[in-house]
Design a protein around this ligand. Structure first.
Ligand SMILES: Cc1cc2nc3c(=O)[nH]c(=O)nc-3n(C[C@H](O)[C@H](O)[C@H](O)COP(=O)(O)OP(=O)(O)OC[C@H]3O[C@@H](n4cnc5c(N)ncnc54)[C@H](O)[C@@H]3O)c2cc1C
Ligand code: SF4
Ligand code: SF4
Length: 453
């Protein structure tokens, strides 16, 4: 559908009339799909060449967007994709309502302020459900304040590309999660914009907004008063409430075992791009040890960071601890979960002690981020192998196989496009051997929010 967007009415969170929404056509029926919006565009068949879940070609896409594919021999590119610069960062004056300090929405705001773009495509909170993402076009810098913060769920962001063009926008910025950005980059050249600037965030463990409400209900007697939730890099979840209260819960104390096995959809259990490798700049927190974590991926991304000039404090990311033991413990639990068995559970009395211990001895900084990347890769292989084995050959890129290899997971016949049945990971293998894979003190302690004992 290409209907022009209309302003959201003022009583629906759009006081200055600068946030635009558009009616969507229905989503076309798809198998693995996060409803990124492509199936609602004029040519729904574009999914075939755009979708992350069909036949992604990351080396080709990275080369098209950044001028080169990830080089596993270069820094941490095997884990995080191509980048020119990686930093910890925080805004000197954190923005109210932001998920972290607000670097993502501030960059977009500056793009509007300087006239570098005429619209920002992003997600606003649904006025009737603050956790539900609603795709919108933002056209005034001030209105970026109304879209700050994280929503849980999938919403058809890219369905607003055609209405944006119809409305006459030529230079746009898009804030998106990896599955949206993959499809956007695949179609970018045919969309007819003068430029598309992509600010990406990492993404993992997403689910439908409805299911996320079920999770909130396990965390509080009054879940409707929870205004903020974040899985922090110090192995704790931070909850904020409408009355200003803050509650910190160690991952191990979360009621994960009460969630149904399909709480996270197969898409998000098998997604192969955690760090949004096709964005110009990725703004996350995983490697930030309590601050934000930026990956500047190309010249456009460098210019985006430059926009922040003296508003931002930058520092070198730190790294400590050993991830291998924790990742192995996680692998054991995913094997059980993927095999339909209950998660191995830690006795209740031990949980507070281990919950206290993990932030002190577990991997931190970049080592924490590498651990999360390896865990995600393990999930991809094990869950896809069990639930959609025929997808393995086309959906699992070589870098994912390289990430799981140190843990004994290799492609079985027919699971990799290479004739030998083995993906071409010679360069990455060399990197893994060089880096080593020693066990650590955290052995057996899963550090993910999921599949924890
Ligand atoms: C579902 C989800 C899972 C995430 N998991 C991780 C993770 O595991 N590790 C990590 O480092 N970072 C993760 N992030 C990113 C992280 O939560 C922050 O959004 C990011 O660090 C930016 O913080 P900020 O303060 O700069 O953002 P803000 O300035 O507050 O801006 C956030 C932007 O994200 C957009 N947004 C909010 N919800 C959604 C959504 N559901 N879909 C698409 N866009 C949305 C908003 O519209 C806004 O433009 C995740 C984000 C999402 C949406
Ligand atoms: S995720 Fe997007 S590209 Fe993939 S099938 Fe769904 S709508 Fe199409
Ligand atoms: S986890 Fe992956 S598939 Fe799921 S919403 Fe996030 S980017 Fe998309």
């Amino acid at each position: 559908m290409t209907a022009a967007p209309t302003p959201l009415p003022a009583d629906r969170g759009n006081p200055n009339g600068a946030i635009w929404a558009a009616p969507f056509g229905p989503a076309a029926p798809r198998g693995l799909c996060t409803d990124c919006g492509v199936s609602r565009m004029a040519d729904a068949a574009a999914c075939g060449r755009a979708c992350q879940f069909i036949r992604p070609d990351y080396p080709a896409s990275e080369t098209r967007v950044h001028g080169r594919a990830r080089d596993p021999m270069l820094g941490d590119e095997l884990f995080f994709g191509p980048y020119r610069r990686m930093v910890r960062a925080r805004l000197k004056a954190p923005l109210p309502g932001a998920q972290w300090t607000g670097i993502t929405s501030r960059i977009a705001q500056l793009l509007l302020e300087t006239g570098a773009v005429d619209a920002v495509l992003t997600m606003a909170p649904d006025p009737d459900d603050r956790w539900k993402p609603v795709p919108v076009l933002v056209t005034s810098p001030d209105a970026m304040a109304d879209v700050r913060g994280m929503r849980m769920g999938h919403a058809p962001l890219l369905a607003l590309l055609e209405p944006a063009r119809t409305r006459g926008h030529r230079r746009i910025a898009v804030i998106g999660i990896p599955c949206q950005v993959h499809a956007l980059r695949a179609l970018e050249a045919e969309l007819g914009f003068e430029s598309i600037t992509v600010i990406g965030t990492p993404c993992s463990d997403n689910t439908t907004t409805e299911r996320f409400h079920d999770f909130l209900a396990l965390l509080s007697d009054r879940p409707e008063t929870i205004s903020y939730l974040e899985f922090r890099a110090d192995y704790r979840v931070e909850l904020r409430f409408d009355d200003g209260r803050v509650k910190i819960v160690p991952f191990l104390m979360l009621p994960i075992s009460k969630l149904p096995p399909d709480f996270f959809p197969l898409t998000c259990r098998t997604c192969v791009d955690y760090t949004n490798v096709l964005a110009d700049i990725t703004v996350g927190y995983m490697g930030g040890e309590g601050e934000q974590w930026l990956l500047v991926r190309n010249a456009r991304g460098a210019a985006l960071l430059d926009l922040l000039v003296d508003e931002v404090v930058l520092s070198e990311p730190g790294s400590s601890g050993k991830r291998a033991g924790a990742v192995k413990g996680f692998l054991g639990n995913v094997e059980r979960a993927a095999g339909g068995l209950p998660l191995r559970s830690m006795p209740g009395w031990l949980r507070p002690l281990v919950g206290w211990l993990i932030p002190r001895i577990g991997p931190k900084g970049l080592e924490f981020a590498r651990a999360r990347l390896e865990m995600k890769a393990i999930e991809t292989v094990l869950h896809l192998r069990r639930e959609a084995p025929r997808r393995m050959k086309t959906m699992v890129p070589a870098h994912v196989w390289a990430l799981v290899k140190p843990y004994g997971l290799v492609p079985e016949p027919g699971e990799s496009p290479q004739a030998s049945g083995k993906p071409d990971i010679s360069r990455v293998n060399h990197h893994v051997a060089r880096e080593g894979n020693a066990g650590g003190k955290a052995a057996g302690m899963g550090l993910s929010r999921r599949e924890m004992g």
